[in-house]
Design a protein around this ligand. Structure first.
Ligand code: ZN
Length: 245
């Protein structure tokens, strides 16, 4: 048995990246030259992503995840992107995120969404991904998403720069809460998860509460909606979960 080189391994893993599984509020910035040791293939790599490959695909994806720098691997308990995404990122369009120094919270701004179904959340994520890729972006714009039942889903791989706040995507971790919070309040489960998850990422990447934003705090937009905006203000007050992180 020969040992595949890194390029072959990466190609195989990317092929399997999009295993098992509108628009959103996000906005892309321009592609910029990235730094850091992120294994992004060149434009001549195989950029096709065939459908899921069952257990073997999961096994290989797990191996790839194990090779990833622990600092960018998805945390335990996060539903992996192969649970919903039908295709992997278009790596030739992606840039490294660099060192994460800020976090931004969004809503998807689509129809109100309160389903507790995992399949419904997966479908909604996939519709957002397709819309974002259709705009010429590498992948879904956000790194994580939280559904109305409080599940956390992996979005764009964390080593890749997101496309969620125009001109502010570098070093910026994007977190989406599924739903439209101009029109409804976030569920208590989503808010509880959001507080705990954002706090965990603040600790993980050493991001202070002063660098935790909502989309509208960086750009003129209604995102994340008046109700989630209010919740985010509460969470960052002196006694809120994010100030205590
Ligand atoms: Zn947004």
């Amino acid at each position: 048995m020969t040992t595949p080189n890194r390029r072959q391994v990466l190609g195989t893993m990317l092929t399997l990246f999009g295993a098992a599984a509108v628009s959103g509020c996000a906005s892309s910035g321009q592609r910029t030259a990235g730094a850091g040791g992120v294994p992004i293939p060149s434009a001549d790599d195989d950029l096709s992503f065939p459908p899921p490959n069952g257990n073997k695909g999961q096994q290989l994806l797990d191996q790839w995840n194990a090779r990833r720098n622990a600092s960018v691997a998805p945390p335990a308990g996060v539903l992996p992107r192969h649970a919903w995404a039908r295709q992997g990122p278009v790596m030739r369009l992606a840039n490294p995120i660099g060192r994460i120094t800020r976090i931004t919270v969004h809503h998807d701004g689509m129809s109100p969404f309160s389903s507790s179904s995992q399949a419904d959340a997966a479908n909604r994520l996939e519709s957002i991904r397709r819309a974002h890729v259709g705009q010429g972006w590498a992948d879904i714009g956000y790194h994580f998403a939280i559904d109305p039942s409080g599940r956390v889903w992996e979005g764009r791989p964390l080593e890749l720069q997101g496309a969620h706040v125009k001109d502010y995507n570098d070093q910026n971790l994007g977190i989406l809460v599924l739903g439209n919070f101009m029109e409804m309040r976030p569920t208590s489960q989503a808010l509880s998860t959001l507080g705990g998850f954002v706090a965990s990422q603040m600790r993980r990447f050493n991001v202070p509460v002063s660098r935790v934003y909502t989309h509208q705090e960086l750009r003129p937009t209604a995102c994340p909606g008046v109700h989630l905006q209010r919740s985010m203000l509460d969470m960052r007050t002196r006694t809120g979960p994010l100030a205590m992180a």
